[in-house]
Design a protein around this ligand. Structure first.
Ligand code: FAD
Length: 396
């Protein structure tokens, strides 16, 4: 029996895929689908999100994006939905726009870089951008179209996953895990320090535990009042909260995001740009919702939505699409991305017997959900190796 701790998009996807394989699984979460997955915009945009130092992440993202159509179709069928469009899975691409000469030069460089990686994008003039998206500001002077980039509505995805789990009879325990049960001890202390693309290390922790054998629940326990669940394998998928249960180098990275409502869709594809040195994006949904995101803040476990955060989002988004100021605000929320020192997720055996990890997905947990499930179902190879928790020492 696998016990999955955490029912965000990662834990729910994993539970569903394991159940589809006929493997016994229990999922534990006091409030499934309420974490970062509730805040996420749902961009499946590895190409337009690329940075020069994140080629491994780009490769993971491209591989997972290819799996999304199949994942969505199977999920929709299992959840009793008419098809993948019920998840608002769309693939019209992302348009990255530029205003000044410096921005345009940066887009040229990015286009050349992506071509070298065999990920061709289309360079557009300002006029061509506005032909695609008439609501763009007249000051947009050029853009880059990543035609393959896609997006999905994460709230519909997690709702479908919960429905699919229910239909498959997967046990969902609505309780918080207090600690992992271990044969012979537990981990105390510990601190994550430093680390860049290949570095990063956990220091100061005292590992006294042996094999992980289950989880202890916070009172009142499960529906029958039981305080412990035994497992052959515990899979830690508690997002930004994972470091509270095991020595994993995961930290919360706050993101504020807002949803606007328009009588008809203002855009036909995702639009992004850099304004005042900060990236901002707009993601259109089929029902007229427009998602504007997102801040990136190192604020610990702070989930307050602030006036300053919302002001910056609106100020910058208005530069791209001036008409947004007329729209109704329907939702504002702050979520915690599970960041790691090298921005890559931790997926696979932890090094401690009985404990596997599916955490640290940072900015891309929705995108990487299908790949994550495949790796925990046994996929091996280069992609799995890139996510291996073994790249950090002392995880237990
Ligand atoms: P979460 O969704 O945070 O779920 C963790 C779950 O663990 C929660 O339900 C919580 O209740 C549970 N939990 C915590 N502690 C315990 C415990 N002790 N016991 C039991 N359960 C516990 N990603 C993309 O791919 N595309 C995007 O466009 C995108 N946009 C984003 C925008 C914002 C503003 C933010 C904040 C994130 C965005 N992300 C995006 C990132 C994405 O949201 C995360 O990578 C992803 O949601 C992580 O999923 P998760 O399941 O690991 O974590």
């Amino acid at each position: 029996m696998d016990v999955i701790v955490g029912g965000g998009v990662v834990g729910l996807s994993l539970a569903w895929r394991l159940a589809r394989e006929g493997r016994p699984v229990t999922l534990v979460d006091p409030a499934p689908a309420s974490g970062a997955s509730h805040a996420a915009a749902g961009m499946l945009a590895p190409v337009s999100e690329v940075t020069y130092t994140e080629v491994p992440l780009l490769r993971l993202g491209v591989a997972s994006l290819r799996r999304w159509p199949g994942f969505a179709a199977e999920l929709a069928a299992d959840a009793g939905l008419p098809g993948a469009e019920a998840l608002d899975l769309r693939s019209e691409g992302t348009l990255d726009v530029a205003f000044g000469a410096d921005d345009l030069a940066a887009l040229d460089e990015l286009a050349a870089y992506l071509e070298k990686l065999e990920l061709p994008v289309q360079r557009l003039t300002g006029r061509e951008c506005r032909r695609l998206e008439p609501m763009l500001a007249p000051s947009v002077r050029g853009g880059l179209l990543a035609a393959g980039d896609s997006w999905v509505d994460p709230r519909r995805v997690t709702a479908a996953l919960l429905a699919a789990l229910d239909r498959r009879g997967v046990r969902l325990v609505r309780a918080r895990v207090a600690e992992l049960l271990r044969d012979g001890g537990q981990v105390t202390g510990g601190q994550v320090t430093g680390g860049q693309v290949t570095g990063g290390q956990v220091t100061g922790g005292q590992v006294t535990g042996g094999q992980v054998t289950g989880v202890r629940l916070e009172p009142p326990g499960d529906d029958d009042g039981r305080a412990e669940l035994r497992a052959d394998r515990v899979i830690l998928a508690a997002g930004a909260w994972s470091a509270g249960l095991a020595e994993v180098p995961v930290r919360p990275v706050k993101g504020q995001i807002m949803r606007l409502r328009s009588p008809q869709p203002l855009l036909t594809r995702c639009v992004r740009g850099t304004v005042h040195g900060t990236p901002v994006y707009l993601v259109p949904r089929g029902d007229g919702e427009l998602v504007v995101g997102a801040t990136q803040e190192e604020m610990g476990f702070d989930t307050r939505v602030t006036a300053g955060g919302l002001y910056e989002l609106l100020r910058d988004a208005r530069e791209l699409v001036p008409g947004i100021t007329e729209l109704e605000v329907s939702d504002v929320v702050a979520g915690l991305r599970p960041g790691t020192p090298d921005n890559l997720p931790l997926i696979g055996p932890s090094g401690t017997p009985g404990l596997a990890l599916a955490t640290g997905h940072h900015r891309g947990g929705v995108l990487l959900a299908p790949l994550t499930a495949d790796i925990l179902l046994g996929e091996e190879g280069e992609l799995a190796a890139m996510c291996s928790p073994g790249r950090f020492r002392d995880i237990s």
